[in-house]
Design a protein. Sequence first.
Length: 218
Amino acid sequence: MGQKVNPVGFRTGRFVNWKSRWFSDDKRFKDYLIEDVKIRVFLMERLKTAGISRVDIERLPKSIAISLSVSRPGVVIGRGGTGIEDLKKKIVEIIKNVRGEYPKDLRVDLQVIEIKNPELSAHLVAGRIASELERRLPHRRVVAKSIERVMQSGALGVKIVLSGRIGGAEIARSEKYYEGSMPTQTLRKNVDYAQVPALLKRGYVGVKVWIYKSEDKE
């Protein structure tokens, strides 16, 4: 599990909740699935500056409840809630394009959840490392500072893996950096994981981050 399996996917359904929660018949399943993918891709790209980490989608009989986990909620809400309304209009357009028409009785609800400690979010840490690598900063310095910030925020362990043509090398390789403990084999342990690609001048460098947040998750 420590090498081949996504730690979040391995825990989903038992210790970690699903990111999409709904039921459907065979006719609507395809539309719902495509809508979820397009909505999630749009929100993750649009709200990158807000420090978005997770998008949860829950479908009710007459509404779609979308929860956004962000580190800077003010960027999402905007002045007087204009940001939320703009996002709702775009989501309505996505649903309309997928289904061909927008159901009259369908309501879109957006909830913004603030991430209290962004340094314990694997997605935000991986995204920051990728952006700094794209700015051509030395990879060892970037990783060392990231590990230091994560451990100072209260994590029990962190592991970072870089894969690709690191530093513009001719031959691709992988480098692992870690501090503290990382119990990848124990499902009850609260381990957050994310992978983000960094597009450099010589090619892609994959960034993988594991963060061991707390003790056993009952």
